[in-house]
Design a binder for this molecule. Structure first.
Ligand SMILES: [Zn+2]
Length: 446
């Protein structure tokens, strides 16, 4: 890729928002950043506020087919899960490629430049292998590449229905049978410039203690990011307490899973010793606020985690909403509702959760900031729309984090290439591809 220069009207740098910022991009990375440079010559100009690219640290792409179909009515996480399994049952490598490509493209339009796809639908519905045992993972990798988004494929091990409970028929396609078979399959997947392979323990419900230790070992040997769903539900804590007499976090700690490469997804129902363990090991917690509220999960202890020094990242998870601004501010807004106090998390902290912390959690340590040596992943928000009209230049970050929306994103650069310009994806008609791919999957559903 050639060297490219772009002038940004405003940009969020590490020391605050600066005006007139000239960025030089070389080979997909940022080679120089200068502020106070007037626009001029034939240098490309981008108006608005440019932020570091945002990381969606927890995604299940196929859940996008549930949006608008599962929000009404009674029930809880467990009744929702039955509806989700009906869609999971109908995925094929072909229809999943189409659905994921459209979903990832929607993410890019919203300002996500990197996604962690927590992937567990590995095999045919009866559990038998595809000819390529990674046909589903390959479909996700190809989909991300076409959508232009950076991907960490978090390949999840899923072995049982719960403590002492076998897999249900709907879960059979998630399982490799044992950890060794999971590891052998994952080892066929390789990193490249835009794709990282990571590991995941689906949850302490779905993986026994010895297998958790073996997965953690394997992830450690390959230095892979390791994610797990942790304490999303009180019932999950009760099941693990019944089996092991401890919390899911304590079980993961005892099995050697906690490390700076580990991310606890949700981390909603934690006890103080869980927070201490996550902090001591340098872990990240990935909150998914729009999902957690939709599924009536509860809200996680963001203030306590922040005080303990645990990094927070964010994910759109089931994609009831794909909007990084909504996720960022929800950390603080949920905390306000919980504590009846304002100002626990600043806009700058929330932006870190949405950007650098997510990149780090996904194994891209050089992403999520506008600085020399960082990946050239950049998102620009228009300041001309109705939501942000009247903003103050000294509180620009507050305005965008607390009042901006995905719909305000005009331009997205990923790895130095412009993927979104003027609010449109460069190669994909996203709404029509979503409609087509969701109808194909749902149409086949019972
Ligand atoms: Zn999840």
């Amino acid at each position: 890729m050639t060297t490219r220069q772009v002038w940004f009207e405003h940009a969020a740098l590490h020391d605050g928002v600066r005006a007139d910022v000239l960025v030089t991009i070389d080979n997909g990375s940022i080679a120089s950043v200068e502020s106070g440079v007037p626009p001029g010559g034939d240098v490309e100009q981008v108006l608005g506020l440019t932020l570091p690219g945002m990381a969606n640290a927890h995604s299940h792409a196929f859940h996008r087919a549930l949006r608008g179909h599962t929000h009404g009515g009674a029930g809880d996480f467990w009744t929702w899960r039955e509806q989700m399994y009906q869609v999971a049952a109908r995925l094929t490598p072909d229809n999943y490629f189409d659905l994921a490509r459209a979903t990832f493209a929607e993410m890019v339009l919203a300002g996500y430049t990197c996604v962690g796809e927590f992937h567990y639908v590995h095999h045919r519905p009866d559990g038998s292998r595809y000819d390529d045992p990674n046909a589903m993972g390959a479909a996700l990798i190809d989909a991300a590449r076409e959508a232009g988004i950076r991907l960490t494929l978090l390949d999840a091990c899923y072995l049982r229905g719960g403590p002492g409970t076998p897999l249900t028929p709907a879960q059979v396609r998630f399982s490799d049978g044992d950890v060794q078979a999971w590891a052998d399959r994952v080892d066929l997947l390789v990193d490249d410039d835009d794709v990282r392979i990571g590991a995941a323990i689906h949850s302490a419900r779905a993986v026994d203690a010895d297998s958790i230790a073996a997965i953690a070992n394997h992830a450690g040997r390959r230095a892979m990011p390791l994610h797990a769903h942790v304490s999303e539900q009180i019932a999950e804590n009760e099941q693990i307490h019944g089996e092991h007499g401890c919390t899911p976090t304590a079980l993961l700690a005892a099995a050697g899973a906690l490390s700076p490469r580990f991310t606890a997804v949700h981390a909603t129902h934690l006890v103080p010793t869980d927070i201490d363990a996550l902090a001591a090991a340098g872990c990240t917690c990935c909150f998914c606020p729009t999902t957690e509220r939709d599924l009536a999960d509860g809200t996680g202890p963001s203030a306590e985690l922040g005080d303990a020094g645990v990094r927070l990242a964010l994910g759109s998870d089931q994609h009831a909403v794909i909007d990084p601004f909504e996720e960022m501010r929800a950390i603080e807004m949920n905390e306000r509702l919980r504590s009846m106090r304002r100002g626990t998390h600043s806009a700058a902290e929330l932006l870190m959760a949405g950007t650098a912390n997510g990149y780090r959690s996904l194994g891209w340590d050089n992403g999520g900031a506008i600085a020399v040596g960082q990946l050239a992943d950049l998102v620009t928000v228009s300041l001309d729309g109705v939501r942000l009209a009247g903003y103050s230049t000294d509180a620009l970050l507050d305005a965008v984090v607390f009042a901006g929306l995905a719909a305000d994103v005009t331009d997205v650069i990923i790895g130095g290439a412009t993927i979104v310009r003027g609010g449109a994806h460069a190669t994909i008609d996203v709404a029509s591809e979503l409609r087509r791919s969701i109808t194909a999957v749902r149409g086949a559903a019972r």
